[in-house]
Design a protein around this ligand. Sequence first.
Ligand SMILES: [Zn+2]
Ligand SMILES: [Zn+2]
Length: 224
Amino acid sequence: MPLLRTLTDLPIDLVLTHAHIDHMYHAGEFERVYVGADDIRAWRKTLGPLYAAGHILYHLPPKQVRFRRFQPVRDGDCFDLGGLTIQAMSAPGHTPGSMIYIDAEHRILFTGDAFGSGEASWMWLPGCAPVSKLQSNFTVLLNRLKPYAQYRFMGGHRLQGIVNEKHPRSNPLNYGVLQNMVKLCGDMLSGAVEGHRVHLVPLLPLYVYTFQTASMVIHKRSIH
Ligand SMILES: [Zn+2]
Ligand SMILES: [Zn+2]
């Protein structure tokens, strides 16, 4: 918030792509915060405990969020910024309530971590959908995003910084990454692609799967 205040004196609301700590650690500093309705639903059982655990993973001092006061965002909701409208599009998978935000005037999509962000899409976290669900969700998204295929895709991360330096795969993000992600899901389900073990979290057997510009990190037990 202090940084944003150097940019404007106008009221500032926070609109989140999803409820992961690396996207909302400072959310408590904002009077009004919006997040996907299904992330609010998943907060108590899944995303809230993950938020708490995230402080340890990222070595952050604990910070309270007033999640109950967060405002739900639903597919098609619009944010009027006064002459500029941002439209929300549901993109579940990475979290149940993940949202993409469309700025048609500047031809920009804010995609968060919905289908790739940094080296590889993290689909190993509690609350991430299994691969068959990702495949169907991404297929829907692929059709819905067709009119925006030439837009600039702004993901949540430039680099996720964990997998390894040989995987700058989903950076830069674009419509082709989503196309490849659909293909990757199909290949994972049919066994046509093999995963490589990555040591991301101690004792957690995670694998990275890749097809061209798309890649994801996942538990083998989520491949169904
Ligand atoms: Zn995330
Ligand atoms: Zn993230």
